[in-house]
Design a protein around this ligand. Structure first.
Ligand code: PLP
Length: 390
């Protein structure tokens, strides 16, 4: 019997070769921190910056490159870089494009943690920020100045569901020579084509629809321009934003059903939103594809589809405890953050903590993420819980 040392070495230096001619439908999943070089000359001649090859797992594997290529295709872009969450992808864009003395513009209804990042981390680094009204491109144009280096866009905002004037906002940023980045988590590459609007950077939380399982955190940043992509890659390497191959595998497995799932979420959400609009305690339904949604005309001018996300404003006369009791009475809708997964979710939001001017949307806001359950069962669940409101 081999001694323990021989056995260990033999198990590690196994004569493994990837199988040739193995025509499986799904790509193999490659894992690496270390990537070995054939010799010292090969190690010394590696170009770390270009990512045209393999140097170290953090800088890409065949598995991450495959997902990046597919996401660039999905968005209609040319280059992609992955990050370990949607929020990390937002950070990556900010770090790549901004430095001390610069200013970033955020829509007033931007994803909350993005606003928090601007108020805290970016402020500590000497980067200023302003919030603009996404319905009014002239408001953005007025705010842009010599320090402005990046305009974030998001349509619709993921709680109040207001769909901004994307073409007008992009034109205002373009006229001022300022780069634009869209949080396209809601559109998911399906609802509209951001690069056709001349947006520079398209970011997504793959955590939502591309993963689709409520079990992965990941983000992506897609560009069409090589120089911009290189700036993003440098920031990515410096921040150490690696993603795990098992998580990449889950997203690769879910991507082929993305469009089918997105449209199924859309159909069910529109049906339920329309039904809720007729319920006595529902003051207003905030869904960009419904005429009652803020910015509905902007949605209609741009989009072919909508995500399975909407909010309702319940009767302002209700007390908050009743609203909480309604949410607690739901059975199929689970109480939790995020969206894009198979299970329907519900969250009551405090608008006063989110918006400076809450007078435009009076009432108690409750957001629904419609999953893939039978819509008739979801409607019955809502109907039963609405009885709590009296
Ligand atoms: C619009 C939007 N952008 C970004 C994110 C961040 O994604 P993650 O949860 O993967 O950090 C979220 C998450 O809820 C989101 O709703």
């Amino acid at each position: 019997m081999a001694d323990h040392t021989d056995l260990t070495t033999g198990l590690i230096h196994h004569p493994y070769q990837p199988p040739a001619g193995f025509g499986a439908v799904m790509p193999a999943i490659h894992k690496a921190s270390t990537v070995v070089f054939a010799n010292v000359a090969a190690l010394r001649s590696r170009d770390w910056k270009s990512r045209a090859g393999y140097t170290y797992g953090l800088h890409g594997t065949p598995t991450t490159f495959t997902l990046e290529q597919r996401l660039a295709t999905l968005e209609g872009g040319s280059h992609c870089v992955l990050a370990p969450s949607g929020l990390a992808a937002i950070l990556l864009v900010n770090v790549a494009l901004l430095k001390a003395g610069d200013e970033v513009l955020l829509p007033d209804n931007v994803y909350g943690p993005s606003k928090d990042m601007a108020r805290t981390l970016l402020a500590d680094w000497g980067i200023g920020h302003q919030r603009y009204d996404p319905q009014d491109a002239s408001d953005l144009a007025r705010r842009l100045g010599p320090r402005s280096k990046l305009v974030w866009l998001e349509a619709p905002g993921s709680v109040t569901m207001e769909f901004g004037d994307l073409p007008g906002l992009v034109a205002a940023a373009r006229a001022a020579g300022v780069a634009t980045a869209l949080d396209n988590t809601w559109g998911a590459g399906i609802a509209f084509r951001p690069f056709e609007l001349d947006i520079d950077i398209v970011m997504q939380a793959l955590t939502k629809y591309p993963s689709g399982g409520a079990d992965v955190l990941m983000g992506s940043v897609v560009t069409r321009e090589r120089g911009l992509h290189e700036r993003l890659m440098q920031a990515h390497g410096r921040l150490g934003l690696g993603v795990g191959a098992n998580d990449v595998e889950l997203v690769l497995r879910s991507l082929p059903s993305l469009a089918l799932r997105y449209h199924a979420h859309d159909r069910a959400a529109r049906a339920l939103a329309g039904w809720l609009a007729g319920q006595p305690r529902v003051a207003r339904v905030l869904h960009p594809a419904l005429a009652s949604g803020v910015g509905h005309a902007h949605w209609a001018g741009l989009c072919k589809a909508a995500a399975g996300l909407f909010s309702v404003l319940l009767d302002p006369a209700l007390d908050a405890a009743r609203v909480d009791a309604f949410v607690d009475a739901l059975r199929l809708f689970r109480i939790g953050y995020s969206w894009g997964g198979p299970v329907s979710l519900v969250v009551p939001y405090d608008l006063s903590a989110m918006r400076e001017d809450r007078s435009a949307l009076p009432g108690h806001l409750v957001r629904f993420s419609i999953g893939l359950e039978d819509p008739a069962d979801l409607q019955a669940d809502l109907e039963r819980a609405l009885a709590v409101l009296g």
